[in-house]
Ligand binder design. Structure first.
Ligand SMILES: [Mg+2]
Length: 229
């Protein structure tokens, strides 16, 4: 069967200039009147649900449905504004890589991201990458990225209307958590050091392939389109 490629967003496809962090800070201030300590909370590789839960706990904000929906509404509004204001970029090689893969009948593109689903859509739309992705696993409900990987795998099966074995899946990401969650579903992993983790740290986590960036589109495409044995 064809390969399913599950892409992370932040640090892999794009660098939003910390638009997510900025928007979370603005939303916390607007809705609850509190600031910080965002810089003390690890965000890379984690789910928005986990990051927000840490922030709520730090500020002793009750984890109620009302607080969640009010916070999310403010977060998405501020995220849209932050994306327009901050100097983000689509990372090297990504536009050509996705255009080529989208036209390749041997692969199907999806997302595996810790972002809330609406946040993921806002980021991808801002950078005009959203049209490539019809399904994915998102960080709305789960704390552990491994669970998001399972969601993404289920979404791939639903999208293709067939069982997708782990060996036909590639997870593409920029953190040790991406590598670990790929293993959790039996997938192969391509890592890239365009996020906050160095090449050496990612190498230690043992991906199948590791790139400093995706500017060598032909080499990355060759990895991702090779059919499993
Ligand atoms: Mg990432």
């Amino acid at each position: 069967m064809s390969n399913v490629l599950l892409f992370d967003i932040d640090g892999t496809l794009l660098n939003s200039g910390d638009a997510g962090q900025h928007a979370m800070e603005q939303a916390l201030l607007e809705v609850f009147g509190v600031t910080g300590p965002y810089e003390n909370i690890l965000a890379a590789g984690r789910t928005d649900r986990a990051i927000t839960t840490d922030l709520f706990a730090h500020h002793k904000i009750e984890s109620s449905e009302t607080n969640w929906s009010t916070f999310q509404e403010a977060y998405f509004r501020h995220l849209l504004q932050s994306l327009g204001k901050l100097d983000g970029v689509v990372l090297p090689g990504i536009v050509g890589l996705l255009d080529g893969l989208a036209a390749n009948p041997n692969v199907t593109l999806g997302l595996l991201t810790g972002n809330f689903q609406i946040g993921a859509q806002l980021k991808l739309r801002h950078y005009q990458l959203d049209h490539h992705f019809a399904f994915g696993g998102f960080g709305d409900h789960h704390f552990d990225r491994d669970d998001v990987a399972r969601l993404a795998m289920e979404a791939a099966c639903a999208h293709l209307n067939q069982t997708v074995p782990g060996e036909s899946i590639w997870v593409i990401g920029d953190t040790p958590s991406d590598i670990k969650c790929g293993r959790a579903i039996g997938a192969r992993v391509v890592a890239v050091s365009t996020g906050i983790y160095s090449y050496e740290v990612l190498e230690e986590a043992g991906p199948d392939f590791l790139f400093t960036d995706f500017s060598d589109v032909a080499a990355v495409t060759q990895c991702l389109t090779a059919l499993s044995k």
